[in-house]
Design a protein around this ligand. Structure first.
Ligand SMILES: C[S@@+](CC[C@H](N)C(=O)[O-])C[C@H]1O[C@@H](n2cnc3c(N)ncnc32)[C@H](O)[C@@H]1O
Length: 287
């Protein structure tokens, strides 16, 4: 268990994931009925981009560091709640602090909604508990995120989101994650599910996602931003979010947001985006 998110916080993958996370939460907030959020791989909730870990990689400079200049009005309208969470975090904790998924969730949910943040790393779970256990509607569990999926689903609410954001450091983690996701959907079929995945050189997600989609029998979106051509790069070239039972608004919103983010976050030729309904016939490739 070597992965520490502090080295990567605020990078292009975090920004893409968090922008989409906020859009899903905005959708859930439109209805009065309370909802549940389960964050199975939560991290420590907020990160100091001036701290030693973030400074060592400098990854945030290619992510949140590129978002200062405004986009066009249509993009800014969709980014506004994400920017509001950034502003609130910076005001409370300092200009150099970037919010992780628990901070974003806690900032946006209402007192009637509930969130559970799961983290397995002992020190990170302690940090997260110190930061997030104080509010009545948020709970931190030091637990294996995959075990939590079995234990926490279904919640009493019909609506909600399960964010699954593993580090993908073990071989075979993609197949494992998709199998656990399928089992979770069977336990709580009405929830929205968002699984983050890395895009790197190699066999990629086409095969696993096609097999997953074939057995899914429900709607799903494949949303990706590439900052480089995976074939020409040893490290992370992009990241994706597989969203099952997506809000009906998300495909259109992603169609506005992802091209703008891909253009802004691009690092090398081959950058682009994908916004594809998984059960549809072969959609557009990366552009
Ligand atoms: C990519 S980071 C999470 C980032 C966070 N979701 C965010 O968006 O701010 C992945 C986290 O999962 C934790 N982790 C790794 N394996 C885990 C497991 N089996 N169960 C729960 N957490 C795990 C790591 O310690 C790390 O903090």
């Amino acid at each position: 268990m070597n992965y520490r998110h502090a080295f990567h916080a605020g990078n292009f993958a975090d920004v893409t994931k968090h922008v989409l996370l906020v859009r899903i939460l905005v959708h859930l907030l439109r209805k009065e009925a309370p909802f549940r959020v389960v964050d199975t791989h939560a991290g420590i909730g907020r990160y100091d981009l001036a701290g030693p870990e973030a400074k060592r990689t400098g990854e945030w400079q290619g992510g949140i560091g590129r978002l200062d200049a405004p986009f066009g009005d249509d993009v800014e309208a969709l980014l506004a709640p994400y920017r509001a969470v950034l502003d609130a975090t910076r005001e409370r904790y300092g200009r150099t602090v970037y919010p992780g998924s628990p901070a974003i969730v806690r900032e946006l949910i209402r007192p009637s909604d509930r969130a559970v943040f799961v983290e397995r790393h002992p020190a990170d779970a302690d940090t997260l508990t110190g930061r997030f256990n104080a509010t009545a509607n948020a709970k931190v569990l030091r637990l294996d995120g995959w075990t939590a999926l079995g234990a926490l689903l279904p919640p009493k609410e019909r609506r909600g989101l399960v964010l699954i954001d593993p580090p993908f450091e073990e071989p075979g983690e993609t197949e494992h994650a998709l199998a656990r996701l399928a089992a979770a959907i069977r336990r709580w079929p009405t929830g929205i599910y968002a699984l983050w995945y890395p895009i790197k050189r190699g066999p990629g997600m086409d095969g696993p996602l096609a097999r997953f989609a074939a057995s899914l029998g429900r709607e799903a979106l494949r949303l990706e931003v590439l900052v480089a051509d995976p074939a020409g790069r040893a490290g992370l070239a992009g990241s994706g979010l597989l969203v099952v039972n997506p809000p009906w608004t998300l495909a259109e919103e992603a169609g506005t947001l992802l091209p703008a983010l891909a253009a802004r976050l691009a690092q090398e030729p081959g950058a682009g985006f994908r916004c594809e309904a998984l059960r549809a016939a072969a959609g557009p490739a990366h552009r």
